[in-house]
Design a protein around this ligand. Structure first.
Ligand code: CAA
Length: 379
């Protein structure tokens, strides 16, 4: 097993690190405070190839491997977890699903602008009454011959207010349960499609989370992804990859908080010495460093398995389950190490603690990851 990164991977990591320091850090506190989407920064991320990292260059992507994606995600999330989720959704839930399962026409029309970052996409599975229990879709898509009539509401959709294209999961035949579910590409601006309320969130406040309302929206037949009834399996396959993205986001939040805590502990003095010399603090940092390294290894494992074309349901779920727990634990301890300073915005770690929580909830809660893992190991 080779733990060394290639020249190219190191370059991508450095480019993402520089970008995060120079472009994301300056107003990250203000964006969090004002719930401001990082429009200019996301545009630049697109130009750098960060929004379609693993997509074939013939469809506007950067043609990189999944380990590079983990590395870049970690660097972006270290500084701005909101920008990181925009990146994760566009790469993993939107572009990767389209590249693997969409028709050639759909790839040319939709994937190419999405992967090159000219526009961004969203993935709409969750509903007011169907989050974890994803087969219980209430949104319907009635087959009307050459189009489907889409009706329903989607909730908590990342990039909901800024996306141009949406992958929408809907029930076409309730009798068939999950085999009666389909996935569609829906364009913003289509008649009957309305972007609903923007959520006022605990964390990742720079990202844009909305409900979506579909009221008799006509979706052309050619916008269905894959064969009739493929939508649920499509969503599950896409989420497996998405979980690597969120695991890497969690990893970045954890390592960002750790680096700040370490720096603080080396300079802050109490009882006549730097606080890192107190074992109570040093042991916290030792735990953080160990857990972050383990989380990174799980992300790399899932990424390597993805690139090798293996089933990543188990490894993706393990990476997300563990990294999100590490993000939560690390950020709480980073606030603790900073003491009173940690509780104010200027020191960043309180934002990181708020940002960390969502990584245990979206793209499958930690409890769902345990269902996926336990079913896999029981096989
Ligand atoms: N990978 C591939 N296929 C899977 C799968 C996985 N991880 N999990 C289930 N499937 C397949 C099964 O093989 C089965 O397919 P076949 O019938 O063809 O064999 C089908 O899906 C149904 O499987 P189950 O009977 O196991 O379904 P279930 O109702 O018991 O639910 C579940 C399975 C794992 C709990 C699933 O519902 C799930 O993952 N729920 C969580 C959904 C989720 O992650 N939501 C997050 C929303 S997206 C988001 O957060 C986006 C954002 O904006 C950030």
């Amino acid at each position: 097993m080779d733990f060394n990164l290639s020249e190219e991977q190191l370059m991508i990591q450095q480019a993402a690190r520089d970008f995060a320091q120079n472009e994301l850090l300056p107003e990250v506190i203000e964006r969090d405070r004002d719930q401001k989407f990082p429009t200019e920064q996301v545009k630049k991320m697109g130009e750098m190839g960060l929004l379609g990292m693993m997509v074939d260059p013939k469809y506007g992507g950067a043609g990189m491997d999944s380990v590079s994606y983990v590395l870049a995600m970690e660097e972006i999330a270290k500084i701005d977890a909101s920008a990181a989720v925009v990146m994760s959704v566009n790469n993993s839930l939107v572009c990767a699903g389209l590249e693997k399962f969409a028709s050639e026409e759909q790839k040319v029309k939709y994937l190419t602008p999405l992967a090159s970052g000219k526009v961004i996409g969203a993935f709409a599975l969750s509903e007011p009454e169907a989050g974890s229990d994803a087969t219980s879709q209430k949104t319907t898509a009635e087959d009307k011959g050459d189009y489907y009539l889409l009706n329903g509401i989607k909730n908590w959709i990342t990039n909901g207010g800024t996306a141009s294209y949406y992958i929408v999961i809907a029930q076409t035949d309730p009798e068939k349960k999950h085999k009666g579910i389909n996935a569609f590409i829906v364009e913003r601006g289509w008649e009957g499609f309305e972007v609903g309320v923007k959520e006022d969130k605990l964390g990742i406040r720079g990202s844009d989370t909305h409900s979506l309302i579909f009221n008799n929206v006509k979706v052309p037949k050619e916008n269905r992804i894959g064969e009739d009834g493929f939508g649920f399996n499509f969503a599950m396959a896409v989420l497996n990859g998405g979980r690597i993205g969120i695991a890497s986001q969690a990893l970045g939040i954890a390592s960002g908080a750790y680096e700040l805590a370490l720096k603080y502990a080396k300079t802050r003095k109490a009882f006549k010495t730097e606080i890192i010399n107190h074992q109570a603090i040093a042991f916290k940092l030792a735990d953080m460093a160990t857990q972050i390294t383990a989380a990174r290894m799980l992300c790399f494992k899932a990424a390597c398995e993805k690139d090798a074309g293996k089933d990543i349901s188990e490894s993706g779920a393990m990476a997300k389950l563990y990294a999100s727990q590490v993000a939560m634990d690390t950020t709480i301890e980073a606030v603790q190490i900073h003491g009173g300073y940690g509780y104010v915005k200027e020191y960043h770690v309180e934002r990181m603690m708020r940002d960390a929580k969502i990584t245990q909830i979206y793209e499958g809660t930690s409890e769902i990851q345990k269902i996926v893992i336990s079913r896999s190991i029981a096989k």
